[in-house]
Design a protein. Sequence first.
Length: 254
Amino acid sequence: MNISGNTIFIPGATSGIGLELALALRAKGNTVIVGGRRTELLERITAEHPGIHAVRVDTTSPDSIREAASQVISEYPEVNVLVTMAGIMRIEDWTKPEGFLATAEETVTTNLLGPIRLVAAFIEHLRTRPEATIMTVSSGLAFTPLRITPSYNATKAAIHMLSETLRLQLAGTTVKVVELEPPSVATDLVPGQRESSFAMPLEEFIAEVVMLIETQPDAREIQVERVKFLRYGEARGDYDETVAAVNHLDPHGK
């Protein structure tokens, strides 16, 4: 993906990583359209950040995705980059008979069906562009699980494999598939994460991501240094120790 000269749609960019990435990419000379559910929030973003555009989209709704895609393609026909940023992270306890199923289903709908439907809505158009990119967003937890977020881990692992497979299918076309793999970042994704000493500062994360896009335009995976501990535990041969460290366990999982 080239760092500049793109028209980029980022659903899920009204806060956190999505918004900061949108602003950073706008500063690099791209046309950026952010997407989100709350019209008033989109209006505030466009007022506070001149040059940022906005389209309402609810990525849990197939109809909303289709309508948003139609609007984006109609109003911004040069759109050539889709960043499937929208996602949620919920704590679940599967050892209890009640309370986790609805949360798990919501997580799958948002984190997995949402990106699938977004790609389906844009793929035909993207293939008409001379150069195009689908940027998926997985997580370091796609490779090393956090005990308290099973559905989140699973959906991000699925996004990783979806990205790998789409890249195979789109080989030879004008569409590249790039996977962004954040570590824990200081946002409000889950309560307390913004204040966590383990989380990477948001500004630091965005700066490194932009640097990687700029210096590695052909990269298949965007990996800041902090995520490599999670990403490569199995390859290093210390997967059990990595899982234990992330979950504050001893190496035997106790």
